[in-house]
Design a protein around this ligand. Structure first.
Ligand code: UT7
Length: 322
């Protein structure tokens, strides 16, 4: 695995100077204390590149041996070509296919599930899955409802066949009827960029926080349970839950539904805010870094996001297996 976050830190007190908010409100309503913000000249590709190099090196895999690259993102460098193709060129993955995957904050889990299918069928052996975002570039810094929530970053993992362990099961779903709860209205074929769309601030994230909140607390426990059921496991088998890092209250409520004690739930959102598709791979990376992923454990990844989408993956963690 690999991780990359911008150096620049934006704290809650910095935000107090930008919009009508307080450190107290942000901490109690979301759990976020600070987030990383990309420089003007730093892009999603830059973060994806840094995380990917670390993941390749940790896995002992050469970019030239990669069969496929999947980049999960809602903030690609350009609408097209795909950021995955830019990454393919930058790391020199000559024989790899490459595409972007857009499933909001569930993107990395979706990406892992897709990669798992290619590996399971024996078609591909080495797949690079990346979750990378620069949400700061599509954040309305005048909107206190959203600008306090997001941050930038990237996480990457090299996936391949294993003799023992790996992804035991997954669940994924979507509900397009909730799409308008969380979107970026302009810039697509529905509303191409015009002076008017820019003036109306339609090229920024727009969110009905309450609706997304209600959806998230309902779906996170449900999708985790579905995935566990497919692996013939129960919540008591979970050693560590790695949830999408959007809001501490959402995480706590999902943990309660799954009857998990605090020590079985990984949280790092106080440092990074919501980094969308990068949040789960960064959390997984840091859980490993903190020695929380132990041999023979059951790790459950669970995400939700724009679309609306959700997804969970049950991993049987075997150290040193390949
Ligand atoms: O990855 C998926 C993406 N999104 C999410 O996961 C977000 C899910 N939603 C949330 O996390 C929460 O709904 C929020 C953190 C966005 C909001 O928390 P809430 O407890 O649902 O608050 P609210 O929207 O009900 O707002 C309560 C009040 C409102 O004032 P009034 O109308 O009661 O006077 C807001 O205007 O808080 C106000 N408010 C703020 N006050 C200070 C909203 N944002 C801020 C702010 N600072 N930054």
């Amino acid at each position: 695995m690999g991780k990359a976050v911008p150096k620049n830190i934006l704290t809650n007190s910095d935000l107090e100077k930008m919009v009508d908010t307080t450190d107290e409100w942000i901490k109690t309503r979301t759990g976020i204390v600070e987030r990383r913000i990309a420089r003007d000249d730093e892009t999603t590709l830059d973060l994806a590149y840094e995380a990917s190099l670390e993941a390749l090196s940790a896995a002992g895999v050469s970019a030239e041996d990669l069969d496929l690259i999947i980049v999960a993102t809602v903030t690609p460098d350009m609408v097209f070509p795909a950021t995955a193709c830019m990454l393919q060129e930058k790391i020199g993955a000559r024989k790899a296919g490459a595409f972007d995957l857009e499933a909001g904050c569930s993107g990395f889990v979706y990406g892992m599930i897709v990669a798992d299918q290619f590996i399971r069928t024996g078609v591909y052996e080495k797949i690079l899955v990346v979750g990378a975002e620069t949400l700061s570039k599509i954040t309305d810094w005048q909107d206190r409802n959203t600008c306090v929530l997001f941050g930038d970053g990237a996480g990457a993992a090299v996936m391949g066949p294993v003799k023992k362990g790996g992804m035991l099961s997954f669940d994924m779903g979507s509900d397009g009827s909730g799409g308008k709860c969380l979107d970026m209205p302009a810039g697509g074929s529905l509303m191409p960029a015009t002076h008017e769309t820019v003036e109306k601030r339609l090229h920024y994230v727009r969110m009905d926080g309450n609706q997304v909140f209600k959806f998230a607390v309902k779906v996170m426990g449900k999708t985790a349970l579905e995935a566990l059921k497919k692996a013939e496991l129960g919540t008591e088998d979970i050693d560590l839950l790695i949830p999408h890092q959007a809001n501490i209250r959402i995480i706590e409520s999902s943990a309660k539904r799954l009857k998990l004690p605090d020590e079985k739930v990984f949280v790092n959102l106080e440092k990074y805010g919501n980094t969308s598709s990068a949040s789960i791979p960064i959390a997984l990376y840091e859980a490993k870094e903190q020695n929380l992923l132990k041999n023979d454990q059951i790790i459950v990844l669970v995400g939700f996001g724009a679309g609306l989408t959700w997804g969970a993956a049950v991993l049987h963690w075997i150290e040193g297996e390949s």
